[in-house]
Design a protein around this ligand. Structure first.
Ligand code: AVJ
Length: 340
């Protein structure tokens, strides 16, 4: 174990260097594009991961709390989908609060494989988890899960169950979400299951409030992206000349977050000249809202079969179990006749 940990310690340095240049390349490409855009995956440096955790504690931000209540209520149902000796592969982990619920309910698990782009945050989370689940192999992978990555050798011969909570899938454009679901099925193998959380379409006012909290934590989370570019790429964004915008785009069924320039301005980022018109925005995030039907369609299109659907009494959020094997998708009709 110890030798292995040491052997792995050499890897992150190389990885971090290549992640930094990927970040620089994406930032330059996004800021020179029309309209300007940045990928939401870059929100999650250490500060951003912490700010996101604070968002989840805001009274207006219902998704995390609601999903946790769904997972608590249906932990036993989820555990039943997990074969003996399986590995639970979590995509885009962040905090491990949700995984804890599954780990507790499914002692038959052999390993937990959290995959996250924020390596440092991930290491801290796993260290905190280890003593509580001594029987489960903890195999964190620091990687960008939206691109193909290697699973640890230890789980190659194991049945694998994917876990993708948090409506992170809502950050993808629908065609990217479909590509992700296909890539997940290849990675998880022929008998795989995938448990995925997504946010539901609802009253626009509730959606609007969730992304415009009174404490302005979401605004700081959004602006941290510019701070990160300043910190890591030596740019000189003046944060007081940008404003957080978040609104529901009904036609596309998504919350959009933008950073709007309050004035005309120019600056240099990685040697590239970037100009802003007054009012011009950088599109920093889309958060798609689905219905159970629209999400089922997306999943089927990517080769998965909806096997179960769980929601909260308000129908704010949904957790769906997907299966690749038609004979195991017995709960198909259950999904259509959800008791809520
Ligand atoms: C982590 C993608 C689920 O879309 O609600 C929260 C991120 N952005 N507030 C979301 C987020 C602004 C969040 N996800």
């Amino acid at each position: 174990m110890r030798t292995r940990a040491l052997a792995q310690a050499a890897v992150p340095v190389e990885r971090e260097r290549s992640e930094t240049s990927a970040f620089a390349a994406d930032v330059v490409a996004g800021l020179t594009a029309t309209p300007k855009r940045l990928s939401p995956k870059y929100f999650y440096d250490n500060t951003g991961s912490e700010l996101f955790e604070r968002i989840t504690a805001q009274p207006e931000y219902y998704p995390t709390r609601t999903e946790l209540s769904i997972l608590e209520a249906h932990a036993a149902d989820i555990a039943r989908l997990i074969p003996d000796g399986a590995a639970l592969v979590e995509f885009g982990t962040g905090a491990t609060t949700k995984a804890r619920i599954v780990l507790k309910a499914a002692p038959q698990l052999f390993a937990y494989v959290p995959v996250d782009i924020s390596g440092e945050f991930l290491r801290d989370q796993v260290e905190a988890l280890r003593p509580d689940f001594p029987g489960v192999a903890m195999l964190p992978v620091a990687a960008d899960f939206s691109r193909p990555f290697d699973l640890p050798d230890e789980v190659r011969s194991r049945p694998r169950v994917g876990f993708f909570p948090g409506s992170t899938i809502g950050n993808f454009e629908p065609h990217e979400a479909s590509a992700f679901l296909r890539h997940a099925s290849r990675m998880l193998g022929p008998a795989a299951k995938l448990v995925v959380g997504f946010d539901l379409v609802k009253d626009e006012k509730i959606l609007h409030r969730a992304y415009n909290d009174k404490q302005r934590v979401t605004a700081r989370f959004n602006l941290n992206l510019l701070e990160r570019i300043n910190r890591e790429l030596g740019a000189k964004f003046d944060l007081s000349s940008f404003e957080h915008h978040a609104f529901f785009n009904r036609e596309r069924s998504r919350i959009e977050m933008h950073l709007a320039s309050l004035k005309r301005q120019k600056l240099t980022v990685c040697g590239e000249r970037i100009e802003f018109r007054a009012g011009e925005t950088i599109h920093t995030e889309s958060s798609y809202k689905y219905s159970p039907e629209s999400f089922s369609c997306l999943a089927r299109g990517a080769g998965w079969i909806p096997a179960a659907l769980w929601t909260d009494p308000n129908r704010y959020f949904a957790v769906m179990a997907l299966s690749l094997d038609p004979s195991q998708a017995r709960a198909r009709s259950e999904a259509a006749t959800d008791p809520h």
